[in-house]
Design a protein around this ligand. Sequence first.
Ligand SMILES: C[C@@](CO)(OP(=O)(O)O)[C@H](O)COP(=O)(O)OP(=O)(O)OC[C@H]1O[C@@H](n2ccc(N)nc2=O)[C@H](O)[C@@H]1O
Ligand SMILES: Nc1ncnc2c1ncn2[C@@H]1O[C@H](COP(=O)(O)OP(=O)(O)O)[C@@H](O)[C@H]1O
Length: 297
Amino acid sequence: MPHPDTALDADASIKPATEIAYAKVNVALHVRARRGDGYHALESLFVFAEDGDELSGIATDDGAIDLMIDGPFGGALDAGADNLVVRAARALQSFLGEQRGAAIRLTKNLPVASGIGGGSADAAATLRLLVRLWDVRIDPAELAGLALDLGSDVPACVASVTQMVKGRGEQLTRHAVGGLEGLPMLLVNPDVGVSTAQVFAGWDRVDRGTLDADSLDALCADGRNDLEAPALAVAPVIGDVLALLAAQGDVLLARMSGSGATCFALFRSDVAMAMAARAVADAHGDWWTMETRIKCA
Ligand SMILES: C[C@@](CO)(OP(=O)(O)O)[C@H](O)COP(=O)(O)OP(=O)(O)OC[C@H]1O[C@@H](n2ccc(N)nc2=O)[C@H](O)[C@@H]1O
Ligand SMILES: Nc1ncnc2c1ncn2[C@@H]1O[C@H](COP(=O)(O)OP(=O)(O)O)[C@@H](O)[C@H]1O
């Protein structure tokens, strides 16, 4: 089965389509209740990094979904039927009754199971990629339903813009916060993967109140990540990451994203971010870092 590269070798006129699977960051994540279906009702401000995993692909005629994976975290993933790229492609194919397939390359730049939605972003980017490659139209509400079946974070990742997210992850509202978009953002993962289900299960079921996302000040001063405590119980090293980030110069906010273990810090300037990244690398050469910026719409 052809991969994008081999197909390109065969016919230089075939140019793969590309999509970035932007890393998701929960600037604040308030857990409000445990629902009867086992999921939790959330209030969260989602932002996206300008960077992430990379997808490229071509349409094929045989109906097969052929995935190959490379990149720094590619070795941690299987390219079989359980991969969220393959699951998203199959779900779209079956929804549309599409006869064509695709050969897709995933360059995995984001750590796996790390609270920045790498798998969710890959699934959403696959949907965007295939809608373009197959040149099909799909009603946005139907696309959102299909995305939610793939994971709670996937609907938000389809648009990959700053959003207020409620419910399990399906209630989305575009939400501008003055001064937030464009800010330098450093992501740090202490080389541990944590299970989202395990972290949610450790939540103490105390509702600590609603999220005020009207301003950057409110998000920094009153926003929380209610999953920090249960994630710390699973991976205490998260506390070291947060302490190191909070101690850096010109830092506006240091917090954990999602269910962890990746933490983020927002900085007043690129220089401050670069100095913080250097300090993290000097202290912990084995920790993963990404210097990026909050994506504008
Ligand atoms: C915590 C968040 C915050 O953005 O991000 P990540 O840490 O995954 O990045 C998300 O809510 C994660 O969404 P996602 O990773 O898509 O989770 P899913 O696959 O739908 O669910 C995995 C498991 O997490 C728990 N879960 C997920 C979402 C939710 N609102 N309540 C839950 O209790 C459930 O135990 C579920 O079985
Ligand atoms: N393409 C993919 N990228 C990342 N994880 C994937 C992918 N496909 C399946 N998974 C599985 O999905 C789970 C959640 O991964 P991920 O989305 O990276 O977590 P998180 O949302 O916490 O960052 C992991 O256990 C991983 O094995």
